[in-house]
Each structure stands twice: as structure tokens, then as C-alpha cells.
Design a protein around this ligand. Structure first.
Ligand code: FNR
Length: 350
């Protein structure tokens, strides 16, 4: 029997691991030897648009749609519940097309009835499909993923990318829960971010290069040798700076009072990287591959320990930086070097 694509993605993501350079080594947080704060007062609470989260760490979209993926979703949801993390499911299109597989997504809500759960669909989705995806999980928000390069590398993938913005705009306007638009690991430039913001999107997950690599995964799945595309995309630090630049411009020129939020993701594996992403101006960070790897190789208790450790370590870092809240982190000084700095100069980002 052919292994479902969703399962192949999980297996190849685990086998290939995280490719490495997401740009965080280009960032240096500056030690504050007079932080005027205390560890007990640090708050990890944050907001994604109007949604209040008790942790800035999100279990990012991965899976659903087959039996083994139901088990993975259950275990990830248990860890998310125990540690108070928001969690997204993988693309629900398979359940929209075939109700029999809905339970592999719904398990996340069953396990965590009071938690924050995000639905997930691609940009081909219609408003009606978006509504069904949200209802399926009583989701608190819907992620819409953009994965043009992944589709192009897949022989059976989409080839027509017209109308994406229009569909996204309709969903943002009419859906009764907030919408998060995300990349899946190729990053985003400020031009794309600006177009999304113009279309009414208020939360963007930059999904940068340097973590799970869907070009490499699709190439590995079928030995199609398009591996010259394996380093396509912009690194997470660069994508963050690009998207934040677009957000700043939007705030100044068009919507000074609108709550616009950015999520940093793509190769975030530990608390120092999370802290750097937040310090660049993100309100939260998304982690997919690194959490999947821990859950599948060491089990759910190990994943819970990792999440707990990340919370403690973030508090420690915030104390040392004198930042009592996630928003305070946006104002801590940091040095940007290397490729990330060169990129900013070339693109006129300050
Ligand atoms: C993903 N990702 C993903 N994203 C999405 O929006 N819908 C999806 O269905 C999936 N499926 C999926 C499967 C697997 C196995 C992995 C590891 C990832 C992408 C994910 O949400 C994230 O954007 C990228 O993986 C980059 O983050 P990490 O993995 O580097 O932390």
C-alpha cells in the first residue's frame, strides 16, 4: 500500500532533520549588567492579534489525515496542554475532502478542550472550506499556509497560483476567527508581507529557511533531482526583518491603531533562538520539526520537559536582558552581523 503523503512528510522531516543556518548566529543579544528586574516578575504572556496566549511558543502546523498522524497529533496536543502552548494542526484539506479522516485532527481539541487550537488550510481554500476547517476543531484561529515552491517541486503539486490574495482577503474579512498567514520554510519578503497586510491580514508567520526544508523533503520523497532548489528561500532572521519592515511601514502609513503581529518560525530549536526572534519584534515563535523530533525519538514526557525548560530559560534570558514582558524584548539592543546584516544593507532595512 502506498504510504500517505502526510506520513511521508513526517518520516522525511525526521530523517533529514533541520538543515541548519536560519540566521540566528548573525544576531547577538547585548548583555545588560543592570537589568533592574527580577525573575519572579517576568511574564511570558503575549498576544496574536486579539488572541491572548500564556506562552510565546506555538506548536506549529504539522500533520493529520492518517492513523499514525492521529497518534502524533494526540501526543503533541498532550504536551501543548500540559505546558499551555497554542497548537496548530496540519493542513485539513484531506478531511474537508474525506470526512473519515477528521478524527486525526479533532483529537487535538478532544485532548485539549480549553486550549488554543489553530486550524490550517492552503491558500487554495475557499471561505466555505475555511469555515468547515474552523468548525471541525472549534478552532481559535485559522492558519493559511503559502507553499509555492513546495508545490512546484511536487510533480502532482499545484501549478496555478492566481487568486491567492483575493481568496485570503475574503477569508480574513468573513471568517469569524482570526487568520494567520504563514510560509512553510521558504521565508517571506517585505513585498509579499505588504501585499498580505494590504489584503487585511493582521498576523503573519514568516516561516523562514533554515529549519524543516520542504524542497529537500519533496526531493527525497521521490528521488527527483531538483536539489539545486534545496537552499531556496530567505533565512528566518532575514524573513523576520523583512516582514517587520513591512509591518512598521503599514503602522506608520495606513493603520496606526490596527494590531499587527508577527510570528517568527523556521528552524527555532531552543530558547536562545526563540529569544532572538522575539527581540527582533516577533510576538511569538512557531516550532514544528524540533518538537516533532523530540516527541518521536524521546517521547511525550521529554517533549513536555523541553517545553518547560524553554519557558524557564526564556525567563532567565529576559531577566538578564531587563525585559519584563515579550513587548519589552522588542526594545532590547542587539547586534546584527554577517549575511543578515549584509542583506539588510542591500535591501535598505534599518
Ligand atoms: C509541516 N509544516 C506544515 N505547515 C502547514 O502550514 N501545513 C502543513 O500541513 C504542514 N505540514 C508539515 C509537516 C511536517 C512533518 C513538518 C515538519 C512541517 C510546516 C511547519 O508548520 C513550519 O512552517 C516549518 O516546518 C518550519 O518550521 P520548523 O519545522 O523549522 O520549526
Amino acid at each position: 500500500m502506498r504510504i500517505p503523503r502526510k506520513l511521508e512528510h513526517v518520516h522525511h522531516a525526521l530523517k533529514l532533520g533541520q538543515s541548519g543556518e536560519q540566521g540566528f548566529s548573525d544576531l547577538k543579544l547585548i548583555h545588560n549588567c543592570l537589568p533592574e528586574t527580577s525573575l519572579g516578575r517576568i511574564s511570558l504572556q503575549t498576544q496574536i492579534g486579539e488572541l491572548k496566549l500564556s506562552s510565546p511558543i506555538i506548536v506549529n502546523a504539522m500533520t493529520g489525515g492518517a492513523q499514525e498522524t492521529e497518534e502524533i497529533n494526540r501526543e503533541l496536543a498532550i504536551a501543548a496542554r500540559e505546558c499551555g502552548l497554542a497548537m496548530a494542526v496540519g493542513s485539513q484539506m484531506s478531511a474537508i475532502k474525506n470526512a473519515e479522516v477528521s478524527s486525526s485532527y479533532q483529537i487535538v481539541r478532544q485532548v485539549n478542550p480549553n486550549g488554543i487550537v489553530f486550524g490550517n488550510l492552503g491558500s487554495e481554500a475557499t471561505l466555505e472550506q475555511a469555515e468547515r476547517a474552523v468548525d471541525m476543531l472549534q478552532a481559535d484561529a485559522l492558519q493559511i499556509h503559502l507553499n509555492v515552491m513546495q508545490e512546484l517541486i511536487m510533480p502532482e503539486g499545484d501549478r496555478d497560483f492566481t487568486g491567492m490574495l483575493e481568496r485570503i482577503s475574503t477569508i480574513v474579512e468573513r471568517l469569524h476567527v482570526p487568520v494567520i498567514v504563514k510560509e512553510v520554510g521558504f521565508g517571506m519578503a517585505r513585498e509579499s508581507a505588504a501585499a498580505l497586510l494590504e489584503a487585511g491580514v493582521s498576523t503573519i508567520d514568516v516561516g523562514g529557511y533554515g529549519g524543516t526544508n520542504f524542497a529537500a523533503i519533496e526531493n527525497a520523497r521521490r528521488n527527483v533531482q531538483m536539489d539545486w532548489l534545496n537552499d531556496w528561500g530567505c533565512k528566518t532572521t532575514i524573513a523576520l526583518l523583512e516582514v517587520i519592515e513591512a509591518v512598521k511601514l503599514m503602522r506608520v502609513h495606513t493603520a496606526p491603531h490596527k494590531k499587527l503581529t508577527v510570528i517568527g518560525s523556521g528552524g527555532v530549536r531552543g530558547s536562545l533562538e526563540a529569544c532572538k526572534a522575539l527581540s527582533l519584534g516577533a510576538s511569538a515563535v512557531g516550532i514544528a520539526g524540533a518538537f516533532l523530533h523530540i516527541q518521536r525519538t524521546e517521547g511525550t514526557d521529554a517533549l513536555i520537559n523541553k517545553m518547560d525548560d524553554m519557558h524557564q530559560e526564556l525567563k532567565l534570558l529576559m531577566t538578564a536582558l531587563g525585559a519584563g514582558t515579550i513587548e519589552d524584548l522588542w526594545n532590547v539592543p542587539l547586534v546584527i552581523r554577517g549575511e543578515t546584516a549584509e542583506w539588510c544593507t542591500a535591501r535598505g532595512i534599518d
